[in-house]
Design a protein around this ligand. Structure first.
Ligand SMILES: Cc1cc2nc3c(=O)[nH]c(=O)nc-3n(C[C@H](O)[C@H](O)[C@H](O)COP(=O)(O)OP(=O)(O)OC[C@H]3O[C@@H](n4cnc5c(N)ncnc54)[C@H](O)[C@@H]3O)c2cc1C
Length: 511
């Protein structure tokens, strides 16, 4: 029998515990927001699906405290060899490894099966005191001026200040809101992906053979004893293992490659869509619920994780009385980056469809490091002539040393739920909220300074002495100004009052 109860208020109800919902939940948990995370599936997702984690997502994971686990669970990506019969006709990688730079600590994509990434995020969420409730689907909801009343599949009624639909492409939340999801589904562009145990081949490289009308590939799945097998989907209903075995044997000409077991499979259809709105009042959409991508270029999960990262601090701010502009910025910021990511993945899909020689090659455009919020509602650049780095851009990393001579990274200081104010050279001290960590950037050691010995910080930030640079909690530049008043005004605009509980803060102590 269904239980019907009206539960206590929560700040945020999240429907869907895929990578997007889990990231958002971790961001809320870090900030002490009361939330619930429900998923209608009875079991956790068990497939490889999105196995490419982009450099910008690695930075987000570093901030969430899961980077070491992600790195331990995967690899840099394996060499691919194309065969014709037994002969190797092409060898290559999706991208060549790049050395870390002072401003970019993780320059290369990292390959981890999606089920493992989700497992790591769930572990982190548990450490932060959260959990996924399942099987618990969001069945229906309505909203009023103060909040959202949602009905769950358990019969429970939940009252929340905000609801986030992170419930994937078929999103109940998006449909219930009647938000259009325009784009195209191309039924002629399909592919069967299967995670499988395969005997008879080594794990030192991935293999591609020309198939009947599409290639057949077998690629070791990072951090597991599995391989990802991809081929044209069967035309008729037949057992997948037998079908794929036949495809492999025919394409490779080898009877010794044996498909022993399939642990997960999906038939992917080219589906490219972007919701016309990401928000309706107190209800927001994130991840695949708001945008679905072709898998080319590995943008889908990465964009969803960035949605969760962008939304977490804004919902926490909205719940503690921030000005509406903070949460209002979610839709324009994330819609424009989702559109860019869709353009990237669609262009790569076209290359595959045309059979271009470089269709497998991925450049820095897929890394997510250049995506920015320039011109967005929270980006304010008060310089007459902006430099190469502008408000709205990703805040670059840099090695710096403390007055005590300890070498650290700017990211060690800026990652976390707080804002960070960098005061370059002789910039005026300015009054800011204690939630802002302030550091003075100088060339010589002094009390409470970050010493920029090699000039990496100044090179990356490209601002003159006297500049004040405010970094948002999600690692983007909110404000670049030359005046303390500029910081006060910006802060007041975001926090709803010209006289917030300000303290005259001195720069953060760094040891
Ligand atoms: C073959 C393939 C390869 C891919 N490769 C990549 C890649 O390399 N890189 C990349 O970035 N992306 C890739 N993607 C895309 C990626 O898998 C998705 O973008 C990603 O899973 C989206 O995450 P999400 O959390 O938004 O949604 P989902 O992962 O779809 O999760 C949604 C969750 O919501 C739950 N749910 C649904 N309805 C309800 C409801 N009413 N109430 C409660 N819960 C509900 C579901 O059970 C599910 O757990 C690939 C996709 C495919 C198919």
């Amino acid at each position: 029998m269904l239980r019907t109860t009206a539960s206590a208020d929560v700040g945020v109800l999240i429907a869907g515990a895929g990578p997007t919902g889990l990231t958002l939940a971790c961001e809320l948990a870090v900030r002490g927001v009361r939330f619930r995370l429900v998923d209608r599936s009875a079991a956790f997702f068990g497939g490889s699906r999105a196995d490419g984690i982009q450099p910008r997502t690695l930075e987000v994971f570093a901030g969430l405290g899961v980077l070491d686990r992600i790195l331990a669970a995967g690899d840099f990506g394996i060499e691919m060899r194309a065969y014709r019969g037994g002969e190797v006709v092409w060898t290559g990688r999706m991208s060549e490894p790049t050395e870390p730079a002072p401003s970019v600590p993780y320059p290369n994509p990292w390959f981890v099966p999606q089920f493992r990434t989700e497992e790591i995020l769930r572990e982190r969420l548990a450490e932060l005191g959260g959990r996924v409730e399942q099987p618990t689907g969001l069945s229906d909801f309505g909203q009023d001026a103060e909040g959202v009343t949602a009905t769950l599949s358990t019969g429970e009624t939940v009252r929340a200040r905000y609801l986030v639909g992170a419930d994937g492409g078929p999103s109940t939340v998006r449909r219930r809101l009647g938000i259009d999801f325009p784009g195209e589904t191309d039924e002629s562009t399909t592919m069967l992906f299967a995670d499988a145990r395969v005997d008879g081949i080594g794990r030192d490289h991935g293999r591609i053979w020309p198939g009947e009308d599409r290639p057949v590939s077998i690629v070791p799945l990072a951090g597991t004893d599995l391989f990802v097998v991809a081929a044209r989907p069967p035309v008729h209903d037949e057992p997948i293992r037998e079908y794929l075995q036949r495809q492999i044997t025919t394409a490779s000409g080898r009877a010794d490659i044996v498909l022993r077991e399939i642990t997960w499979h999906t038939t992917w259809r080219s589906n490219t869509r972007l919701a016309t709105r990401f928000r309706d009042g107190r209800v927001l959409l994130a991840g695949d619920a708001a945008h679905v991508h072709p898998p080319t270029g590995g943008q889908g999960m990465n964009t969803g994780i960035q949605d969760g990262h962008n939304l977490g601090w804004k919902l926490a701010a909205a719940l503690t009385g921030a000005a509406p502009v903070v949460l209002d910025s979610y839709e324009p910021e994330r819609m424009s980056t989702a559109r860019t990511a869709l353009d990237i993945s669609t262009a790569l899909l076209r290359k595959h469809q045309r059979g271009d020689d470089d269709a497998h090659v991925r450049g820095p455009e897929v890394h997510g490091l250049a995506l920015n919020y320039r011109g967005g509602p929270l980006s304010r650049d008060e310089r007459a002539a902006p430099g190469s780095l502008q408000a709205g851009d990703r805040a670059p990393d840099a090695p710096v040393s403390t007055a005590a001579g300890r070498v650290i990274r700017l990211f060690d200081l800026s990652q976390g739920p707080h804002w960070t104010l960098l005061s370059f050279g002789a910039a005026a001290e300015c009054p800011v909220d204690p939630a802002v960590h302030t550091y003075r950037v100088a060339e010589a050691a002094g009390e409470r300074t970050l010493v920029d010995h090699d000039g990496h910080l100044r090179a990356a930030y490209d601002v003159p002495d006297g500049s004040l640079v405010l970094i948002r909690p999600d690692g983007y530049l909110g404000l670049i100004t030359g005046s303390a008043q500029g910081v006060t005004d910006y802060w007041a605009d975001l926090h709803g009052t010209a006289e917030p509980p300000l303290l005259r803060s001195s720069p953060q102590a760094v040891r």
